[in-house]
Structure formats: structure tokens, C-alpha cells
Design a protein around this ligand. Structure first.
Ligand code: F6R
Length: 249
């Protein structure tokens, strides 16, 4: 079942409140964070709500899903930069509270294993996720084994095309990334998948119609004991009404 909201702003407000509630109930919450356009209204709402509630974030810890390989944290298209720019710098979240895979590690295999060990020890309370038009979550492209931990992935042409909009020139866009694996994502206590926009309507339909299989990475979330799939009206266009629970504004 998909929770359907009128627009991305109302989703932002709902997911922001979900995070605020989580942190109020458990001040040392561990949050799994995503980047990408989908998260912008979520982070904007969360920042506003945290300020309004004067919420203390000093106890939280965050772990991000992924990072491009080869981009320095200062590069304006790196996910380190995205998180700083769109979330961390607006709130009192110290660098030592935040974690992203290191896309410049000299030994990527070791980096992946270390990151997964950290995730296991931290045990994420709520993992935010967006989805690629090919069904990827994190950067787990179609075909990624469901038992994967944090690893290096070669980005598909589809993902490179989708994300090249952020780069001045597509040739600047990295061809590889390091991403939490499917098993890492599934070990979060709750997963919250957010999908917005008409350009995601087809992948919502694919996800709805798909069995749980590695060619549609997000399908594994159907097996998660505590998952929310939140979409807007535009993304809901190609699925039957019976699959939608509309949430009034
Ligand atoms: C980002 C991530 C990706 C994005 C997905 C959707 O950290 O892991 O899976 O969530 O590519 O990106 P947008 O939101 O830009 O459409």
C-alpha cells in the first residue's frame, strides 16, 4: 500500500514530523539519510520543524546511503557537500555526528566493510530512501545481490543520464559510487521510501507490479517488517486506486 499525498511539500512536512517524533521519543536516534531532489522538501520541512520545536539534535547520529567515487567532499556535486548544504549547516549537527562513505578511500573494499560494521553497531532507527527510475535504492543498481553490504558499484547508463542534470558536463559525472548494500538497508528498524513526480510514475508501477527480485532493488522493501512507501499524486498516476491510501492535506 502506498500513502499518497497531494504534493512533495506535504510529504516533506509528514516525513519531517516523523523524524521529529522519532527524535523526541529517542534523543539518541540513528538516522539513515539520502540525498537527491526528492529529499529537498523533506529536509526543508525538517529544518523548519526542528527550529520551531527548539529540538535538541545533539544526541542523534546520521549515516548516509552513498557517495560518488572520486569526488572530494568539497566538490559541489558530492553527497558530502549536498548534506552540508541542504541539512547539516542549517542545524546544530556537528561533523562527528554524521557519517558518509568515503568516496576517496584508497582501499574501497576495506572502506565498505568498515562502513557496514559501523552500521551494524549503530543500528539505524529510520532509513530515508529515494528511488531511481530503474528501481535503485541507495546506488544499488538492478542486479545487486540482496545480501550485499556496503560496496562499490558501477553506475548504469540510466542513472548517469538521470543524474547528469546536476553536472555541467556529463563527462564530469563519476561512473562509480560506494553505497550501503541491500542488507545494510534492510537492517534498519524502519525504512521510509519517498517517491515524487510524474517522471517516477512508471517506476512506482514497476515496483507495484514486481515480485521481490534483484532486478527491481526496491522490491525487497516489500519484505521489510516496518516500511512506509510515500508517494505524491503525480507518481501515483499508473497504479490502481486500490493500492493507494490518500492522505488529506
Ligand atoms: C541518493 C540515493 C539515490 C536517490 C535516487 C533518487 O542518496 O541513494 O537512490 O535517492 O537516485 O534521486 P532523486 O531524488 O534525485 O530523484
Amino acid at each position: 500500500m502506498f500513502l499518497v499525498f497531494p504534493d512533495p511539500e506535504q510529504i516533506g512536512s509528514y516525513v519531517g514530523q516523523l523524524l521529529v517524533k522519532q527524535i523526541k521519543e529517542k534523543p539518541n536516534s540513528v538516522l539513515g539519510l539520502a540525498t537527491g531532489s526528492t529529499m529537498l522538501p523533506v529536509y526543508a520541512a525538517f529544518i523548519k520543524q526542528v527550529k520551531q520545536a527548539s529540538l535538541d539534535l545533539s544526541g542523534i547520529t546520521t549515516y548516509n546511503l552513498d557517495e560518488y567515487i572520486g569526488l572530494a567532499p568539497e566538490h559541489d556535486q558530492s553527497y558530502h557537500f549536498f548534506m552540508q548544504d541542504n541539512l547539516f549547516k542549517h542545524l546544530n549537527i556537528k561533523p562527528e555526528q554524521t557519517h558518509l562513505p568515503n568516496g576517496q578511500a584508497s582501499d574501497m573494499d576495506a572502506e565498505g566493510k568498515t562502513y557496514s560494521r559501523q552500521l551494524q553497531a549503530a543500528h539505524i532507527d529510520v532509513q530515508l530512501l529515494g528511488i531511481g527510475t530503474n528501481g535503485h535504492i541507495g546506488f544499488n543498481e538492478p542486479g545487486t545481490p540482496f545480501d550485499s553490504i556496503t560496496h562499490v558499484i558501477e553506475l548504469t547508463e540510466n542513472t548517469r543520464k538521470d543524474n547528469s542534470r546536476f553536472f555541467d558536463d556529463v563527462s564530469e559525472m563519476p561512473t562509480t559510487a560506494i553505497t550501503m548494500g541491500m542488507a545494510d538497508i534492510m537492517s534498519a528498524k524502519q525504512v521510509v521510501l519517498v517517491i515524487t513526480g510524474e517522471h517516477k510514475a512508471q517506476v512506482v508501477a514497476d515496483l507495484f507490479n514486481s515480485s521481490v527480485n534483484e532486478q527491481m532493488p526496491a522490491s525487497l522493501l516489500k519484505k521489510h517488517p516496518n516500511s512506509l512507501m510515500i508517494i505524491d499524486e503525480a507518481a501515483a498516476k499508473l497504479i490502481p486506486a486500490s493500492a493507494c491510501q490518500h492522505v488529506a492535506a
